[in-house]
Design a protein around this ligand. Sequence first.
Ligand code: PCD
Ligand SMILES: [Cu+]
Length: 790
Amino acid sequence: MTTTEERPVGFGRMTRKEDARFVRGHGTYVDDVRLPGMLHGAVLRSPLAHARIVSVDTSAAEAHPKVKAVITGETLAGLGLAWMPTLSHDTQAVLATDKVRFQGQEVAFVVAEDHYAARDALELIDVEYEPLPPVADARRALAPDAPVIRDDKEQQTDNHIFDWSAGDKERTDEAFSAADVVVEQDMLYPRVHPAPLETCGTVADMDAITGKLTVWSTTQAPHAHRTLYAMVSGIPEHKIRIISPDIGGGFGNKVGIYPGYVCAVVGSIVTGKPVKWVEDRSENLMSTSFARDYHMHGEIAATKDGKIQALRVHVIADHGAFNSTAQPSNFPAGFFGVFTGSYDLAAAHCTVTGVYTNKAPGGVAYACSFRVTEAVYLVERMVDLLAAELGEDPAELRMRNLLRPGQFPYRTQTGWEYDSGDYPRALRLAMDMAHYEDLRREQAEKRERGELMGVGVSFFTEAVGAGPRKHMDILGLGMADGAELRVHPTGKAVLRISVQTQGQGHETTFAQIVAEELGIPPDDVEVVHGDTDQTPFGLGTYGSRSTPVSGGAAAMVSRKVRERARLVASAMLEVNPDDLEWEKGRWFVTGDPDQGRSMAEIALAAHSNLELPEGVEGQLDATCVYNPPNLTFPFGAYICVTDVDADTGQVKVRRFIAVDDCGIRINPMIVEGQVHGGLADGLGMALMQVIAFDEDGNCLGGSFMDYLLPTSVECPSWELGETVTPSPHHPIGAKGVGESATVGSPAAVVNAVIDALKPLGVRHVDMPLTPAAVWRAAQGRPLRTDLAIT
Ligand code: PCD
Ligand SMILES: [Cu+]
């Protein structure tokens, strides 16, 4: 078997197997599912951010000739389904019964013969609201006179959700008292939205005869959804089948269960027909899982010659009206504990206070392994502020403080064990690619002429691959993933995995993992995923966990098959198994390489009348469950070059250099695509995106006219570099990469813009750095970007 550039047998660049259907328009998304007799649902949403529901009159809607059912909070309450549990041990209204708590909240659900009739009938529902004062500002939510949003919860007398801390407070305070230099800064990581191209939706089909519920859904975690549906509805789990067909982008938006899904299921039960519900763009932006919304206060302590000693952080985390953050349950602030970043610190401490506000719930890890993005942004801004205070070059300051290769595995001050890294090498490479010294020279010349040019550096460490059973679970479910591998008599294989691709190319890369381990071409391996009836249990795709967890499972199950193949080969060759050696694709006799058998020959023999050895029942098929021993910690060094127009506040990102290390790369082409996408995401967040609110709690980011997505016009031609530091504990040495670029890039862009504005005395501006925000900062009058209050 020979490896070629385009068709590697194993790891390497190859075009994606799934693209054949995507580029021809033959993908099958949820909205493409059409079943006989299918009805259509639509959600009535609250126009107000906070109001008591006085009455809901559905009679006119029910009289509409095409309407088949109208479901309200009352209907659901009768079924015990008005509230559902969230992934963070809270409850969330499916359809409001007592109050509405954010603009866009679900109030009623209409099922009709077609989509238009369902939408029309929403207008016929008469809801009487009694307005209540809304709280859209997280910093005001904790005020003693703030209206209590969750008065449905018995113990709840204010808007406080949780207090969580990490690190050693006393040692950190001591380090701060002893420090030569302390710098502090308030900063906001604004509320942003994953905004996948395909919005969320579902088709629910309850078969009244078999009692089997089939749900086609835009879900990143089909198995977790099935378990949750079973727990909430009481429908036995084996009578539920979740199918996640092609997904047009997830980015964390499709991890949770939304009220519309539950309503579609109830709609199907009530009408006895399949029901489709697909939200529109505004519904997606206004009501589904947002991300970030962290109000952070950071402090950094250092010696006068620039040795960073300690970090101290306080965060007010805005979780919206229901705490439905998707995170492994031991950590209410997710993995924010990695805020110590890539540096060798003596002490660190953080506190996070979660609050309810009259805003949409969620707090999802949008291209961020559970609050890692916020953490990286904080530390990378703080390091830049320190550099400015000390009058040092930000790259050199980082170089001096980065963890050294000899310190790995490294235990952080907040208890994480970074698996591997060579940080200085990555930063050095990024600086070389950027011609860093030349950039600084150019900048100095431009400053002489009054031109604003900025160079921004960021270095990040990610924590991906949730997760180790002893530390993490989601609603009590351990985060191991299964894999099943079948090898047909002719040597072709089928791999079944629990994770669900949303565009990452799993059908290609998981085939490549099997190919690498068994030495058969990736085209000979079919990857089955996204259907709970067809695949083993596992918790799904988010937090860049597919490679670290399911990737481990795929490698381990292949190795089981390979070992079984060794036994069959030994019977075929009539030698002891210990006398066989493996080379990619075949077992051969030690010292006699001509005496060997290929995987295809062995597979056929396993099915034949060959006398089978002990431990082989007749085929090579195997299953396994992989429990990751630790997270993987990918890292990278980013440099951004910007030009800022002082008169208009317009920011142009001229260059962006990204050096990523995700350990062994299964498919470098896909990795580069992942990095490109993440960089564009990060640029969007840094420069143009925020889901803002006005004082009445009206959402100001409910369309793509207000919530901007970066295009190729705003993005530079990304310049990528790589280093490879394998993960020592992962079967193939790979680390996740899907979210790295989104995590690392916003800080580089912001640092670059602030660096450009330095001659004007600007030390910090909150994202997004829109022309208005930059211009105002340049005038010395910063803008609050998250609220329409100035
Ligand atoms: N070393 C390495 C790593 C990796 N890879 C590749 O790459 C990818 C990715 O991976 P990962 O990192 O493991 O990840 P995943 O799990 O698969 O995925 C997930 C991610 O992914 C990313 N990316 C993407 N892409 C696309 N296209 N789409 C989408 O949606 C998305 N999303 C995003 C997100 S956001 Mo979250 O959910 O928020 O948590 S998380 C996330 C795949 O294919 C794999 O295989 C390779 O090759 N190598
Ligand atoms: Cu995050």
